[in-house]
Design a protein around this ligand. Structure first.
Ligand SMILES: NC(=O)c1ccc[n+]([C@@H]2O[C@H](COP(=O)([O-])OP(=O)(O)OC[C@H]3O[C@@H](n4cnc5c(N)ncnc54)[C@H](OP(=O)(O)O)[C@@H]3O)[C@@H](O)[C@H]2O)c1
Length: 235
């Protein structure tokens, strides 16, 4: 929602996607205040669904792909279940690859040497430092996504597509609701910038990466975390 709003306010036409049709419709309604937005429900943890979404989108002019959908599974080591690997890796790591692969022809058509098309992968600081709570498959999937970002950046640069990752720190969202309800104040108090992420912090980095100002960056993993992971002492 933060990124979609930012891109809409910057003048982009935006297509959003997640699994639930009613949530998609409500998000489209809320975002339409800011510009031209369309929602297409899809289960992006599935290869066939990524293909279906790509088929619906690729006839349009496509300048920017934001791979944002993600899932987290927190559970102690002893009871961490086998299914907490497949589902998390499918959505957080395979799906950005499948969508980049399927949408590459459309992105390549839109990109030029002067103004490349953009892929923005949403990673996590969980793949930069080691978080306090156990998130084995999540942290591993995001580390994979950061490296996939660099691998694709090298290959797609000559095809006029930049590939960068944003590694957010703590931002209020459904995924983070219980954590931030419980220890949000403590997290903010320990952060060098003494607060959680705000909507504009996330909108701003996406707009920057998608804009003319971001056209000479590729293969970067950019932490937007108030200094939490970037200044971690390891103690
Ligand atoms: N918030 C933070 O502090 C934080 C920190 C670091 C990284 N991140 C990353 O930021 C991204 C957004 O997370 P968030 O914090 O905004 O969490 P969120 O509120 O849980 O949002 C996750 C989004 O992914 C969608 N999604 C989940 N499973 C899906 C599937 N199988 N197919 C399609 N869409 C699916 C969800 O919609 P449906 O459930 O309706 O499908 C929802 O729109 C994630 O990649 C997350 O890892 C967030």
């Amino acid at each position: 929602m933060m990124i979609a709003r930012g891109l809409l306010q910057a003048g982009a036409r935006v297509i959003i996607s997640s699994r639930k049709a009613d949530v998609c419709a409500e998000a489209q309604r809320l975002l339409s205040e800011f510009g031209d937005v369309q929602a297409i429900p899809a289960d992006l943890s599935r290869y066939d669904e990524c293909q279906r979404l790509a088929d619906l989108v690729k006839a349009e002019r496509l300048d920017i792909l934001v791979n944002n959908a993600g899932a987290m599974w927190r559970e102690p080591l002893e009871t961490f279940p086998a299914e907490a690997w497949g589902s998390v890796i499918d959505l957080n790591l395979k799906s950005p690859f499948w969508l980049a692969q399927a949408l590459l022809p459309a992105l390549s058509r839109a990109g030029t040497a002067d103004d490349p098309a953009r892929i923005i992968n949403i990673g996590s600081i969980a793949a930069i430092h080691v978080a306090d709570s156990p998130n084995y498959s999540y942290a591993s999937s995001k580390a994979g996504l950061h490296q996939l970002t660099r691998v694709l950046a090298r290959e797609l640069g000559p095809r006029h597509v930049t590939v960068n990752a944003v590694a957010p720190g703590p931002f209020p969202s459904q995924m983070m609701a219980s954590t931030l309800d419980a220890i949000g104040d403590a997290i903010a108090a320990k952060a060098p910038l003494r607060r959680l992420g705000r909507d504009d912090d996330m909108a701003g980095i996406a707009v920057f990466l998608a804009s003319r100002a971001g056209s000479y960056l590729t293969g970067a993993v950019i932490p937007v975390d108030g200094g939490i992971a970037t200044t971690a002492s390891g103690t």
